[in-house]
Design a protein around this ligand. Structure first.
Ligand code: GTP
Ligand code: MG
Length: 222
């Protein structure tokens, strides 16, 4: 993905305040502190487009970003942080559920899991909603730099067991090493393209090789 521009559009909590659903959109969800904002920053190659924090639970808003004027990324509020006041915790469910139900431009949700943690109720709730609402899901296991290569398979066992997903459903990712970044871009691009209306004026070419289009090719490294 060639990133020409990344712009923070706005924060919102309810549909009336969402920006217009003019562009296809990909959202990022997961528990507080799992690394949602860090993943977005790595994808768009910016150190701090999205604020990351060592104080989990600070982002209690939906944050909308415009990429290349072509699609949007949304950083969803995290859940499950013990120190968040109960009133705020109660808002998370309706806020996220409403977004998933009502956002017509939503193409997929990237769901993050920490390689060191067993998924909990809210993680499974989120997966259930995505399935119920038929929202395509891109599961990611993050912070893989925190365990040795040899330990990876053993560490992800409880995640596979709790979610019922297969090893191949997950992309393994690390923000500091950027491992997995290209694979996540490929999955995001596929989700963005899957939602496109076929343009009858363009002759379909089923033999096209993915990545042919200049703008949609994987990063060439830097
Ligand atoms: N080692 C390691 N640390 C990471 C990784 N991703 C994120 N972190 C760290 O984890 C902490 C939380 O990351 P954020 O990106 O702010 O997490 P978040 O999911 O956006 O958290 P909330 O906004 O509070 O919901 C920060 O200190 C990050 O530097 C990773 O892949 N590896
Ligand atoms: Mg965040």
């Amino acid at each position: 993905m060639h990133i020409k521009s990344t712009t923070f559009v706005k924060s919102a909590t309810k549909p009336a305040n969402y920006p217009p659903a003019a562009l296809p959109e990909i959202a990022f969800a997961g528990r507080s502190n799992v690394g949602k904002s860090s993943l977005i920053n790595v994808l768009v190659n910016r150190k701090a487009l999205v604020r990351t924090s060592s104080t989990p639970g600070r982002t209690q808003l939906l944050n909308f970003f415009d990429i290349n004027g072509a699609f949007s990324l949304v950083d969803l509020p995290g859940y499950g942080f013990a120190k968040v006041p109960l009133a705020v915790k109660k808002e998370w469910g309706p806020m996220v559920r409403t977004y998933l139900e009502r956002r017509e431009s939503l193409r997929a949700v990237v769901v993050l899991f920490d390689i060191r943690r067993v998924p909990r109720e809210e993680d499974l709730q989120l997966l259930d909603w995505l399935e119920e609402l038929s929202v395509p899901t891109i599961p990611v296991i993050t912070k893989i730099d925190k365990v040795s290569r040899g330990q990876r398979l053993k560490q992800i066992g409880p995640i596979l067991e709790a979610t019922g997903l297969d090893r191949d459903d997950f992309t393994l990712f690390s923000a500091p090493t950027r491992e997995g970044m290209e694979e996540i871009w490929e999955r995001v691009e596929a989700a963005l393209e899957a939602g496109e209306e076929p343009d009858p004026s363009i002759e379909s070419d089923s033999s096209a090789v993915p990545g042919d289009e200049a703008d949609l090719s994987p990063p060439t490294g830097e």
